[in-house]
Design a protein around this ligand. Structure first.
Ligand code: ADP
Ligand code: MG
Length: 144
């Protein structure tokens, strides 16, 4: 499925709708360059799970946990990870196979350790279509 947005608000709303329908055990892998809108999407996604707390990218830790919503949300930003082993050190398997929803910014950096069934959300710019244009592809298949 491909969706185009033309503002942060639209990307946030899209995240909201997906968060609203998110199910226990799902792993959302968000791929896209710095500043493309991964965190904007995530904020909407968290709101869709009824999380009212302000969600921002984890900077000093790899994962932030939110427990007050409809389902627990485990928000990862693995941009600064040195290698996939670091994911095992933080106990990623407990998150991946736990009772919440995982959302991973920069998931392509740890692709080798991701479970088979994840949902890829790929966000891209196209400057010819304007600064605020984003193309968002959602693929609910195996690894991509
Ligand atoms: P990332 O987490 O991918 O590094 P952020 O979500 O933190 O990026 O930032 C995205 C930036 O792009 C924000 O400043 C946001 O206002 C801007 N932006 C402009 N247009 C869009 C759009 N259509 N969707 C999402 N963000 C957009
Ligand atoms: Mg971010």
């Amino acid at each position: 499925m491909m969706i185009e947005t033309n503002s942060p608000k639209e990307t946030c709303e899209m995240g909201y709708n997906i968060g609203k329908n998110a199910k226990k055990g799902q792993i959302y892998c968000i791929k896209g360059d710095l500043g493309v809108g991964k965190t904007v999407f995530t904020k909407g996604f968290a709101a869709g799970l009824n999380i009212e707390e302000n969600v921002s990218s984890p900077t000093f830790t790899i994962v932030n946990e939110y427990h007050e919503g409809r389902l627990p949300l485990y928000h990862f930003d693995v941009y600064r990870i040195s290698d996939s082993d670091e994911m095992y050190e933080i106990g990623c398997e407990e998150y991946f196979f736990g009772d919440g929803v995982c959302l991973i910014e920069w998931a392509e950096l740890i692709e080798d350790i991701l479970p088979e069934n994840v949902i890829w959300i790929v966000i891209e710019k196209d400057l010819e279509k304007g600064l605020d244009y984003r193309k968002i592809n959602i693929a609910e298949k195996g690894k991509k």
